[in-house]
Design a protein around this ligand. Sequence first.
Ligand code: PLP
Length: 381
Amino acid sequence: MSSSSLSTTEKLQSFGERHVTKGIGRIAPGVMKKAEGSYVEYLDGKRMLDFTCGIGVTNLGHSHPKVSKAAAEQCMQLVHGQCSISFHEPYLRLIEKLLPIVPHPSLDSFFFWNSGSEAVEAALKMARATTGRQNVICMQGGYHGRTFGAMAVTRSKTGYSEGFHPLMPGVFVTPYPFWHQLGLPPSTPTQTLTQLALNQLHLLLQQQTSPSDTAAIIIEPVLGEGGYVPAPREFLVGLREVCDEHGILLIVDEVQSGFGRTGKMFAVEESGVRPDILVMAKGLANGFPLSGVVSRKEVTDKLRPGSMGGTYAGNAVSCAAACAVIDAMEEERVLENVKERFRLEPAALQDFDDSRSKSLAKRLVQNPRVWQTELKVTWDF
Ligand code: PLP
């Protein structure tokens, strides 16, 4: 493709539509050119406020200077330090930085992969191999990715698995304590929802998958795709108790909820519950492909050398970027900012009735100053 023959947005757009697989859904037309902070610039000059944050990825904003600089410098040192050949420095520096911020000090043995789905697969493999059990319990409404194992524990929409069956066997589903899934009114007390969901889990373990066949329970501490619902603390505590009683591993998927999105580094911290395996990705490297699985050394020591790994797993440039992410989050006091935004935004939005909210959303995209003029929320754009 020569640049002169396809120089306009329209030509590129139709080239993409012709040659990029239809299997990818796409929200907005146009061709992205560059992005900085919360804005993405398109080839035709259009500038969009990225409300999706790159789908939960660019928590520090697009092209954060510190992160991009760290990646650029690493590019000139070592790009590909294959993890099955030797250690590389950014991999180990990243572990050093993660050790004090993971939600529990017992989480001390790391494996880095490329994407969230791959990390979920790795967590499922670890759970099966280290417990010697095959079955996995996932949550109704949960989303964990689109590879075969991750797709098997994804229950947010049939669209992800339709046409791809049979999926990985040995997966059982239990309800999330969410009124909507349980067919109850929104006013149902959290305690009732928690009791109902835990009761269903107990029944599942009595009637469908025996604890001695169950390797893991996997949960998003904030249900994402399934409705943006934080799990009540009591539910997570209940899961921990079930896991402790039966030697089941608790896999906490923080691919989306991690790295500051809830005002904590990891959402599960709010509950004080200890995961056996924690999965992270997205915000970890602010856009560079990197995911991580962390567990206890006593668990991961049961893995056979060679059973985990991959050509690009824990890429040096992505690891260097992730180190810079952690530094920037601390230096820029990002968690404090999230908490402040959380305090202001819902209150501001509540002042609007439904019809006004709809037109507001439209105008917010067109002119971000609306945040300041109408919602009286101030921060630098
Ligand atoms: N787990 C959760 C909770 C996610 O939100 C996602 C992606 O949105 C994934 C796993 C899959 O991650 P990836 O898209 O990087 O494969």
